[in-house]
Each structure stands twice: as C-alpha cells, then as structure tokens.
Write a protein that binds this ligand. Sequence first.
Ligand SMILES: Nc1ncnc2c1ncn2[C@@H]1O[C@H](COP(=O)(O)OP(=O)(O)O)[C@@H](O)[C@H]1O
Ligand SMILES: [Mg+2]
Length: 249
Amino acid sequence: MDIITASDLTVGYGRAEVLCNLAFSIPEGLITAIVGISGSGKSTLLKTLAGLLPPLGGGFDFAGSPVDYRSEASLSRLYAKIGVLYQDGALLNGLNLYENVALPIRMHYPELPEGVVGDMVHAGLAQVEMADSAEKFPSELSGGMRKRGALARALVLDPDVVFCDEPSSGLDPITSQRLDDLLLSLRERNTMTLVVVTHELRSIERVADRVLLLNDGGLRFSGAYADLARTDDDFVRTFFMRKVHHDDA
Ligand SMILES: Nc1ncnc2c1ncn2[C@@H]1O[C@H](COP(=O)(O)OP(=O)(O)O)[C@@H](O)[C@H]1O
Ligand SMILES: [Mg+2]
C-alpha cells in the first residue's frame, strides 16, 4: 500500500516554483530516498510532505486522506503520524537530551503524567542506543550522537512515517554508516516508512528500496532502486555512476 500519493504537486516559495507537477507515490514500510544535486528541491519537497510548507499547486494524500493545508485539523492529523529529522539536527542547546526528546510529547500530549513521558523518552533513546545520555546537553555530544538524539525525538511518538533530511551530512563515514544501520533497523523492527533525503550514493545504495530523483524542476526517476541499473535514461545513469566514481575516488 502507498502511504503518500502526490498528484500534480507543485512546491516552492511564493512565486518561486521549485518543483512542478510531480506525481509519485511512497510505499508503506520501505525506505524511499529523495535524491538530487544541491538546490534541486529535496528539502523543499520534504517540508511540503511534512506539513511545513504549503504546496503551490496540486496536493497529496497521506494514509488515504488528502492533506488540507487550510485545515488545522488536517495538519494535526498529519503531525500526529510523522516524525521529522531536520537537516541541521536542531536539538535545542538549552535543554538536555531528555527534555529535547520529550518536546513532541509535551506538545501533543500535555496531560501525560511525567512517569509516562519518562518511559517514552527512555524507550526512544534506547532505540538509538543512547539510553545512558539522557542527562547530557547537546554541547556534550558528538555530531553523530546529536543526530541520533534528534532521531530519537523524531521517533518518540512512534510515527508511521519518519522524514530525514540529510541524516548523515557532516558525519564521518563510519558514523554515517552507523546511522544508516539505524535506519535499516527501524525498517526491520517496525512497519515504519522512512523518507530520506540524501546525496550520498553509498548511503542510497545501502538503505534505499525506492528512489525519487529530482532534477531541473521535476521528477527525473521514480521507482525501485534495483530498477536504476536497468534505466536507459542517460542522465540517471550518469548521475549515479558519477557519484559512484566520486565516492570511490
Ligand atoms: N526559504 C526559502 N525561500 C525561498 N527560496 C528558497 C528557500 N529555501 C530554499 N529555497 C530555494 O529553493 C531551491 C531548492 O532548495 P532546497 O529545497 O533547499 O534544495 P536541496 O535540499 O535539494 O539542496 C533553491 O533554489 C533554494 O535557493
Ligand atoms: Mg536540502
């Protein structure tokens, strides 16, 4: 089943259309990579799918219902079912990890007793192997740990879909591989759908079941990762081959 279906979707800012008339679907329970060169609109598309940036045209369904940006109830239903790992990590520096991970719970379920909040936070931290770091502040954590902490926050309400924008950007290759392993383990353990923006081919190759390749204001390829090898679109072939050689150099 598809958890997200976009039709005729145009995204951008005010009069500046970044991607036009996209049609695609994102299947449930798999990892879909949104791929493209810098500035191709990956983050813009992610923001629109995550309920943060109104589409300029068309729209999309989430779990079978159209998302209506004019309706707060519709957006709330969306927010309750998704988690977002932002491109710049965005743990709040003034709060320790426990409080950072507790934020979405406090926002969506302000009435929950602290004992329950604590159990949820600790379960979230355990999922990213950070159970021992709850009291630490972001400044006391490594880059990889901050990413995992932000991922714990994205996971804490047990979302159906997790959106990750460049989860391994700025990380060394080993740490970035650990983060990829974590994404794969999420797919294994839950029926969770992951939508991951990335431009690292190594990462795409390891984690992606499906690929959406953005280029020049549109969708250049949409399909199974395995089908990339079979495409006769030269642009798509070059895009991925160039990256392979670049990464291996
Ligand atoms: N807040 C914004 N307001 C106006 N234009 C923006 C904004 N954010 C990004 N853009 C523009 O939208 C285009 C796509 O950006 P982005 O989605 O960030 O690309 P990517 O994530 O693929 O690098 C770029 O031309 C960028 O300059
Ligand atoms: Mg981006």
